[in-house]
Every structure is written in structure tokens, then in C-alpha cells.
Design a protein around this ligand. Sequence first.
Ligand code: CCH
Length: 294
Amino acid sequence: TTVAYAATPVEDSVVSKEHIAAVAAAIHDLLDNEEEGDLGPTLVRLAWHASGTYDKESRTGGSDGATMRFSPESDHGANAGLHVARNALEPIKKLFPDFTYADLWTLAGAVAIEHMGGPNIVWRPGRHDAKDASECTPDGRLPDADKGQVGATIRHVRAIFNRQGFDDREMVALIGAHALGRCHTDRSGYTGPWTRAPTTFSNLYYKELLENTWTLKSWDGPDQFEDPTGDLMMLPSDMALVWDRDFRKYVVEFANDEEAFFKAFASAFQKLEENGVSALNNSAASGKPWYQFW
Ligand code: CCH
């Protein structure tokens, strides 16, 4: 069941500009000091999965509430492995107990993107934390990587992002985050990175999609595509972006124009993180943006 929640105003004194700056700096430090170098992409995926449950019709889901802390949402297949990102942020939550999980996870996504060389994402505080699992969204709101057939996979990707209020160009921009990180067999069942620079935010994902040669990988795992070296991968849902003529034109645009990609991504990611958030605190965000604080 999903329950719509009432807007709760946030005191400016609780989430001041200085407060946001301190939390953002702590996230930055966490990423600087992390050994493996792969926490950044996983933080971006946490912010996306916390937010991408939004349904514009019922106005349920979205980042408000941070309901992925609770079962059953934490156990949804799409969220496998995201405990790594949630646990990594726990020490920061302990340092700043007044900062909600919902604000922390979304700010972490924005800071991680900036940390990896991506655009500055406008981020505003004001999200509340749900008290229990009653606000959890039903399973199936996040995209599956494969619907078994080309047309069905294309329709699925479009439907999932339309439900959140995104158009074709916005969804192609958002999925460009697959320049980052990789698939883990113990999380999604898929394996490998999309690009050779998985900790740098760039438009390489689109270039790989267009310029590399993609064939079905023969292995025991789920259907995925590989390049001739076998090092890089694409999900069937990634291939949908070149299979579909309307998606493909934005893949071409972003492969040729990284600045246009950064701009489109920044505005779509802000929208993603703010979908369904009813009490955004504009006053705390006015003045200098958070990313100019340190
Ligand atoms: Fe994604 N993504 N994603 N994705 N994703 C996976 C990993 C990342 C889909 C499926 C997968 C977006 C859209 C989609 C990231 C950001 C975004 C994985 C592997 C699968 C499967 C998970 C694993 O095994 O660890 C599908 C399907 C769609 C849409 O159709 C969007 C939108 C974003 C962000 C804006 C990032 C980053 C990763 C890497 C995570 C990591 O831990 O390295």
C-alpha cells in the first residue's frame, strides 16, 4: 500500500546553508578517503533508486520519506546491493542527526556527481523521513533491464520514465549516468562497466553505444551485450536507446555535445530528486549554492 503524506515545513534553523555545506563537505571527504573508488557511482544509484519510485498520477513515491530504509522496499530486487551505499552514509547521519536520510541520500548523489567531474546539481533540502514501512512503494516502479524482446524493452523504459514525468530527452540524459560504475553479479546478476572511465562523469556512455560493436555475450548469466574486447557491457535497456529512433537522436546529440548532456542531465537529475517532495526549503538554498561552500 502507498500512503500520501502531508507537507511538513522545515525550519530554516535546522537546515541552514552552513549545515548543508558541512554535510556536503563530509560526503566529499568520504569519497576522497574511500579505497576502492567505486562508492561514488553506488551513491548515485542510491539517489536514483530512492527517487525513481515516483508516480505523478498518485503523487506517491520519490525521494521524500527515504522509505528504502524499510522492508519490503529494501528487499526489492532493483535495490539489491544498495545497503553498501546506505551503510557508507551512516557515520555522516550520526554526525548530523537533524539532517534527514531523505535529504542525505539525495545530497550524496549530487555531491558524488560533482566529485566525479560532473555538472553541479541544484539541490534543496526539506525532505522528511517516513516513520515506518507504511509509505513504502510497491515493487516494480524501477526499470527492469530486459523485457525479453526489443519492442517490449523500449516500451518499458519509456513507460517507467513517463510515469515519473520525464520525456524522451530527459530519460536519455538520465541513463547517461551509466558512464559511471558497473554491474555486479551479486547485485543485479549482470557484470561489468559501460565505459573505461567508470569514476569520471562524462558523455562516454553515448559514444560507446554508437561507436562500439555490441553483440550478445555468451555466458550463464542474463542476456547482456559486450564489445569485441569483452571488457565493456550494455544492458538490453541500454541498447533500447539506439534501437529506438526517437531515443537514438538524443544519444547522437549527447555523444556529440558533452555540454548539452551536462546541462540536460543536471536539470533532469534535480527534477528526479525533487519529484514528489512537497516541502522543499527554498530559503536555505537561496544565496550561494551548496557546491560553492568549500
Ligand atoms: Fe542504472 N543500473 N539503470 N541508472 N545505474 C545499474 C547500475 C547503475 C538500469 C539498470 C541498472 C539509471 C537507469 C537505469 C546507475 C545510475 C542510473 C545496474 C547494475 C543495473 C542492472 C547494478 C549492480 O549490479 O550493481 C536500468 C534498467 C535503467 C533504465 O532503464 C539511471 C536513470 C541512473 C541515474 C541517473 C549507476 C551510477 C550505476 C552503477 C552503480 C555501481 O554500484 O557501480
